[in-house]
Design a protein around this ligand. Sequence first.
Ligand code: SAH
Length: 398
Amino acid sequence: MDKIKTVILNEGRDKSLHRQHPWVFSKAIKEASDDIKMGESVKLVDVNNNFLAYGLYSPKSQIRVRALSFDENVLVDENLIASRVKDAISLRQRVFERGNDGVRLISSEGDLLPGLIVDKYNEYLVISISSCGMERFKDTIVNTLHEVYPDCSIYERSDTKSRLKEGLKERKGVVLGKEPEDTLYVKEEGQVFVPVDIKNGHKTGAYLDQRLSRIKAGSLAKGASVLNCFSYTGGFGLWALKGGAKSIENVDVSEHALQAAKTGVAFNHLDPGRCKFLKKDVFAYLREQVEKGVKYDLVILDPPKFAESAANLKKACRGYQDINRLGLMLVKKGGHLLTFSCSGLVDPALFQKIVADAALDAKVSGRVVGTLRQDEDHIVSLPCPETFYLKGLDIIVM
Ligand code: SAH
């Protein structure tokens, strides 16, 4: 085996590694030899040559090294990756036991496997690799998954833009076993079947992270008129219908997602007469409804990630404030707004401030009766708070 290459950090830039935060940015690096290969395992040391961590090298990315081991005796090799994959799966037992057939098995940094997402939908495993370090271990990852789930097919959805920053090409397709059907239905909490399109849906096919909040929406929906903004394949709407909603409007720009949402209503034997599927821009639709003076019992705002980078954080905050102002104006007195942000850069305190400002703009008084978050299979890394990305508020309008 080649001798492990060393990466030396600048003076004072070793603090985050001492706290076991896994990201080493290019600016933190004092010296690294030119011949380190894409994804190669390296040893990180401080200016005095003290060991800090072992990590995987991404020569093209701003995040130049992702640390995986902080123990000098534990190298980043096939054995470590395989054992981390198995550890991650063992942590999901509770979520399976709750009656979920769609589960996030591996949650990147949350499972000490930065750059790797694996979701299980019925008998399909979907892998998504976003760093060149994990790319090097693809065979180990696939073999370990196959060992744990010999009857499952494996499909790859490594078609995220973030791969380009790593110098990797986008890739998707069958890795092992059979090709998934166009739409499958995945049991959520033993109660509702949510439509999933593994091959062409967003991310790996579905937004499993919102499971807890969909259940919440169901619990608030009895007799309610519901506006489900950014509905995707209608998960919140299905739970609301199951919970006894009087009417539900699902709004999304994606025709493909809305078509899947329609099939979900039929698959769950719910009443299509109570549902509308509107292919519209949410910002425009909210304005339209405010102008008409329409009010709902329950409004859900689950937008895509507005803050992609620190550079567009301000603009993103304005976007959140705008939809929340309009959303709050559409809630009846005594009704609920469930509002979310999945931008890691917008922390819970900032999000609450944005929504508070939106309420002032809307001249609405609200009370926070609940806080919401990504479900537990989307594990949060203790030293890497950025992995707590999805937060929400349950607000009653007074
Ligand atoms: N609530 C969903 C997930 C929402 S993901 C669930 O529980 O599964 C965000 C969705 O917003 C995507 O489906 C995307 O198509 C949609 N979207 C993005 N921008 C939009 C806009 N301006 N207007 C309407 N929909 C939009």
